[in-house]
Design a protein around this ligand. Structure first.
Ligand SMILES: [Zn+2]
Length: 289
């Protein structure tokens, strides 16, 4: 039997401009210790250059407007990898849920890593064909010329999700799960460790009430934000429905999203009565406009 993957949960940014239950959004990344493929990062969050020159790297609107990430370089994956006692050069692979600026800022901190992502996402980020795309995709973040490995929609079924596949040079315990809607090629990343499967759902949802409980709910500002940045509302809500089924039918699969601060294992539990109604908006089957 092979040695199981060891998973470290990292929070690689604190987004002070948006909150859920009174806590700022996180950037939940994974550092995977694999027996054969070295260290693998799932998303990078913000990188050291983003903390040094926020406006130039992230754009003034993100740096000082709606997101306002805390300027704390110790949160960069590079510094957390070092703090865990690893050599950043041993990060040989990065798997991206998508290429939004808050997920790829750390790419240049690991210039030798192969960057795995969906082909639709790579194409969209390179083309930057719309006003929205120009704001979310920041070419400075891949100006160092990383080696990309892009994948099309082919694969097998996994807990009700189609076209799930493994990635070149990575073990079968790491799977890529298409979850389009937030962006054109947005994917989740499933990882099997000694305790079973977990699914990093990226930005497929933000508020856990979107995939838990009898009624879909979402903190208002976070719901509006998702509706503004989505590329396909129908796909996004369809995928939230599938995540909801996964939660209900397979509670053993640990599902978490990139930005929910309460889903990082080291974080404090959700407060007992956080749900003040004025802050919440029932989404039912529809997202806020
Ligand atoms: Zn994001």
């Amino acid at each position: 039997m092979t040695t199981p993957i060891k998973v470290h949960h990292l929070n690689c940014a604190c987004i002070q401009g948006l909150s859920i239950h009174g806590r700022h959004l996180a950037c939940h990344c994974l550092l995977l210790e694999t027996p054969q493929s070295g260290l693998v990062l799932v998303d990078t969050g913000l990188g050291t250059p983003d903390f040094e020159a926020p406006a130039r790297r992230l754009g003034a609107e993100f740096a000082y407007g709606y997101a306002r990430p805390k300027r704390d370089p110790s949160m960069a994956a590079l510094n957390q990898v070092r703090k865990l006692g690893f050599d950043p050069k041993d990060v040989r692979h990065i798997v991206l849920t998508h290429m939004d600026l808050d997920h790829v800022g750390g790419l240049s901190d690991f210039p030798h890593a192969t960057v795995h992502l969906h082909k639709f996402e790579l194409d969209a980020a390179m083309a930057r064909a719309s006003f929205k795309a120009k704001r979310r995709y920041r070419p400075l973040m891949w100006a160092h010329g990383p080696q990309f490995a892009a994948y099309v929609d082919e694969g097998e079924r996994w807990f009700g999700f189609e076209a799930v596949r493994n990635l070149k040079e990575l073990p079968p315990e790491i799977l890529f799960v298409p979850l389009f809607g937030h962006t054109l090629g947005h994917c989740g990343v499933a990882v099997q460790d000694a305790e079973g499967w977990m699914l990093h759902a990226g930005d497929a949802y933000f508020d856990p009430r979107e995939i838990n409980g009898p009624t879909r709910r979402c903190a208002m500002m976070v719901g509006l934000f998702q509706a503004i940045v989505q590329t396909n509302r129908k796909q996004r809500l369809y995928n939230q429905g599938r995540l909801r089924s996964l939660r209900a039918r397979h509670p053993e699969v640990r599902v978490f999203s990139a930005h929910n601060p309460f889903e990082i294992p080291s974080a404090a539990p959700v407060p007992a009565r956080p749900l003040r109604l004025p802050e919440s908006a029932s989404m039912g089957s529809a997202a806020p406009a």
